[in-house]
Design a binder for this molecule. Structure first.
Ligand code: NAD
Ligand code: MG
Length: 399
């Protein structure tokens, strides 16, 4: 047990990962205290969280949201200081008193605050996979330079982290590792006829069979872009070449991923699909704590199934491997185009089956560039968003 309580900053506190994080934190008041919370606009939920966890700071996306939050907090007698905007997010991510930062903002908006936590040498609990996909080489260089501790929250990467040797050096061969087996549920449309995908609604796409998640990642799971982003994420986190990352469809989501060794051993991490397991693992690392998760009952589950992914049906997976192979700005372009396409789909401006073609065309049209620093990443992201919006506008078909 640590001598004093760990001081935690939760970016994206009102989202699916944020709420699960606070659930685990609330089970261990002797271990954790909440120093700061952030949310874009779900002000009432954030006000409740402030009243319960009494953070020193709360950050919201706009001055109007800050006014609203301030009023709610005064009514409840909560003394949390309210701040607004992107700079305030970077400020709470790098507070001297903070021990750990949960990076759970969705999408590219999470990159700067997550990087601020890395640059401040914090223990960074990384849920925001888009940050790593966009900025992989820049991000990992900063992790090393600042001695930050990066712990993956994504269930697959958390499983891989747990299944690698204790002192994994970042070199597969010298650690006797042959391959990473990245499991994927296949999402809600694994068996839907391809011809029906044009008519899929946002409600159907967000109804994941095994996980309850935010809307953006739910759509990514339905297109399998989520697995594509995770291939890129695994590449950067564990220094694994793409040809040594195999995606395996496993519809039950019980095995969260595996590591195959040179001697033929395969080490897997299993558990019920509940994000509180990887969250608790990272919060307490290297210790183990109760996460409130129902124990796994393998006899009730009965059997575990596996199949190969269909790259024809799920072109996003292929596009992600291609972007990773191209390197430079290509993963940032892939991510930005995906965010624009998913937003258009959720706004009912784009049919579900058009998402991959928007991304493919943006990858073709947006300029390729080397990525050496954060400015290069942000420039690639901005240019790709502009191109993707043009592609969407030219190709929209009412859903
Ligand atoms: P969510 O949509 O439920 O929550 C997102 C959070 O980010 C909210 O608190 C929201 O207020 C905040 N936010 C949104 N836009 C913002 C902006 N522009 N600026 C600042 N804050 C903003 O998302 P989620 O499902 O919790 O996912 C969060 C991240 O974790 C994503 O990167 C996702 O890929 C990753 N992740 C989620 C799960 C899961 O089970 N939900 C699993 C693995 C990885
Ligand atoms: Mg995942």
């Amino acid at each position: 047990m640590t001598a004093r309580r760990q001081r935690l900053v939760v970016l994206g506190a009102t989202g699916s990962i944020g709420v699960n994080t606070l659930d685990v934190v609330a089970r261990h008041p002797d271990r954790f205290e909440v120093l700061a919370l952030s949310a874009q606009n779900r002000v009432e939920r954030l006000a409740d969280q402030c009243a319960r966890f009494k953070p020193r700071f709360a950050v919201v996306g706009s001055d109007a949201a800050a006014d609203q939050l301030g009023k709610l907090l005064r009514q409840s007698g909560c003394e949390t200081t309210v701040l607004a905007g992107a700079e305030a997010l970077e400020r709470i991510s790098s507070l001297a008193e903070a021990d750990a930062v949960m990076a759970a903002i969705v999408g590219a908006a999470g990159l700067r605050p997550t990087l601020a936590a890395v640059r401040a040498g914090k223990k960074v609990l990384l849920a925001n996979k888009e940050a790593l996909v966009m900025a992989g080489p820049v991000f990992m260089k900063e992790v090393q330079k600042n001695d930050a501790i990066l712990l993956p929250i994504d269930s697959e990467h958390n499983a891989i982290y747990q299944s690698l040797p204790k002192n994994y050096s970042g070199d597969l061969s010298s650690n006797g590792v042959r391959r990473i087996l990245l499991t994927a549920s296949g999402g809600p449309f694994r068996q839907t006829p391809a011809s029906d995908l044009a008519h899929v609604t946002p409600e159907q796409a967000c109804a994941h069979p095994n996980w309850v998640m935010g809307r953006k990642i739910s759509v990514d799971s339905a297109t399998m872009m989520n697995k594509g982003l995770e291939v890129i994420e695994a590449h950067w986190l564990f220094n694994v070449p793409p040809e040594r990352i195999e995606v395996v469809i496993h519809p039950q989501s019980v095995i969260h991923s595996m590591v195959e060794y040179a001697d033929g051993s395969v080490i897997a991490q299993l558990g019920n699909p509940d994000m509180r397991t990887p969250i608790a693992y990272a919060l307490a690392y290297p210790e183990r704590i109760d996460a409130g998760v129902t124990p796994l009952d393998l006899c009730r589950i009965g059997s575990l199934n596996f199949e190969r992914p269909d790259f024809e049906r799920f072109p996003c997976l292929r596009l992600a491997y291609e972007a990773l192979a191209q390197g430079g700005s290509a993963p940032a372009v892939l991510n930005a185009a995906n965010e624009i396409a998913v937003e258009a789909f959720l706004d009912r401006k784009l049919a579900f089956d058009r998402i991959p073609s928007i991304i493919e065309q943006t990858l073709r049209n947006a300029p390729w560039a080397e990525v050496c620093n954060l400015d290069d990443v942000m420039a690639a992201d901005a240019a790709a968003r502009k191109t993707a919006r043009e592609v969407v506008d030219a190709r929209v078909r009412p859903a």
